[in-house]
Design a protein around this ligand. Structure first.
Ligand code: PGA
Ligand code: ZN
Length: 435
């Protein structure tokens, strides 16, 4: 007899993401009629060591970005391999997907095909079990206490998300003074609006970047930070105690021939000079988190940066690519103290949960993150809560691809059993408090 949680149907289709680029959507159906759907996100400042995003490369279709081969892989090979498998056995299913692919980094089937399948299976299982997705994820991850994450919210954008109009990629607001998730959302929303007001008054364009942030195109990071400070004050909030600042340098994007090119400042710095510049900024502004301060393979300067910014969360994105091996390597070298978590960098839910477990076992903080190319799929909201990640990074509080996640968190917040993480999940806070 087939078990009611057995997979009976797998379907995939090509849909468009928030940049209007093709991506993979997968539907799963179980014997009892339960269903699950999930979509693959897509990065622009992609790390070299990420799992492979399979695109057709046929310039005649969708500018070479179509994903029909990935879709076909789900409909044929993956559907055959998972037909009849128990959706409640997420780990077994994810291992079967990895074995079926047979390459390092899912280069054959495509991480976009695999991740959408893996997440859709998880959703169908939650639906079968008749529990909210975050509860099912908590069971898979062994999370004793799911929590509402602290959001870090994009206010100003540069780098690959804004036509490289600023060297640094993200200037984010972290509502450290908030007592609840909904209060956090209110506070950052006010800062985002105030930033637009301040820019409009200065005659600057308030057009949106890829993640819904503003892009003033300043030459210097300090000018953007001054605008952040002005926006926080304009919102009648206190910089530092109500709203702290986070940066994503996305330094791999600046790195060429052994040096970091700051186009706006017309300077090329070596790793040591970039660390000094960032440490100086962190000392002068209420910056509590710095992501990707160095290139993805510049381990020595990464270590230097970690030591140079005590009390600051030093967050690895392109460095770790949600890969347990690279995270272990960072832990061993004393590099960074927090890991950015992106499901499609890894390729499966099980692998993502392993990456998070490895980080936390070493005392590293975790930040569940969206990609700059997103869809209406809010999976990562449930992932952040279900794993008790402590922090989430989705982009700005604009555009439905971002709001799908922020709003899903508002729904989850209605569960009285889920407490707000506040600042407890941010690395470096105890050092800071003691200083
Ligand atoms: P990406 O950017 O999705 O374009 O990689 C997000 C980030 O760098 O954090
Ligand atoms: Zn990043």
């Amino acid at each position: 007899m087939t078990s009611p949680s057995c997979i009976t149907r797998i379907h995939a289709r090509q849909i468009l993401d928030s940049r209007g680029r093709p991506t993979v959507e997968v539907d799963i159906e179980l014997a009892d009629g339960s269903t699950g759907r999930a979509c693959a996100p897509s990065g622009a400042s992609t790390g070299r060591h990420e799992a492979w995003e399979l695109r057709d490369g046929d310039q005649a279709r969708f500018e070479g970005r179509s994903v029909f081969q990935a879709i076909d892989n789900v409909r044929t090979e993956i559907a055959r391999a998972l037909s009849g498998a128990d959706a409640m056995a997420q780990k077994r299913i994810d291992h079967r997907l990895i074995d079926l692919d047979g390459t390092d980094g899912l280069r054959r089937l495509g991480a976009n095909a695999v991740v959408a399948t893996s997440l859709a299976v998880c959703r169908s299982a939650a639906s079968h079990a008749r529990i909210p997705l975050y509860r099912h994820i908590a069971a898979l991850a062994g999370t004793a206490c799911p929590t509402m994450p602290m959001p870090m919210v994009n206010i100003l954008s540069g780098g690959a998300h804004a036509g490289r109009s600023m060297d640094l990629q993200d200037f984010l607001a972290v509502p450290v003074g908030a007592q609840s998730y909904s209060e956090a959302l209110d506070m950052v929303g006010r800062v985002r609006s105030a930033a637009a007001t301040v820019m409009a008054e200065a005659g600057q364009s308030v057009l949106l970047a890829d993640e819904g942030g503003l892009s003033p195109g300043f030459d210097r990071a300090e000018t953007a930070l001054d605008l952040m400070m002005a926006a926080i004050s304009r919102a009648e909030l206190r910089p530092g105690s109500d709203i702290a600042i986070a940066l994503d340098v996305a330094a791999s994007e600046l790195f060429a021939d052994g040096l970091y090119e700051l186009k706006g400042e017309k300077r090329r710095l070596d790793g040591g000079d970039l660390v000094a510049l960032l440490a100086d900024i962190v000392g002068r502004y209420p910056v509590i988190s710095v992501e990707d301060p160095l290139d993805q393979d510049d381990w020595d300067h990464w270590r230097q940066a970690t030591l140079a910014m005590p009390g600051v969360q030093v967050l690895g994105d392109d460095l770790f690519v949600t890969n347990p091996k690279r995270i272990a390597s960072g832990i061993e070298r004393g590099v960074a103290n927090a890991v950015l978590i992106k499901v499609n960098q890894n390729g499966t839910l099980t692998g993502t949960l392993e990456a998070m477990a490895a980080a936390r076992a070493a005392g590293y903080a975790t930040v569940v993150s969206a990609r700059s190319g997103e869809t209406e799929d809010p999976f990562i909201a449930d992932l952040a809560v279900g794993t008790g990640a402590g922090q989430i990074k989705i982009g700005s509080v604009r555009n439905s691809d971002r709001l799908a996640k922020y709003n899903q968190l508002l729904r989850i917040e209605e569960d009285p059993g889920i407490a707000f993480a506040g600042t407890s999940g941010i690395a470096g806070q105890t050092v800071r408090a003691a200083a």
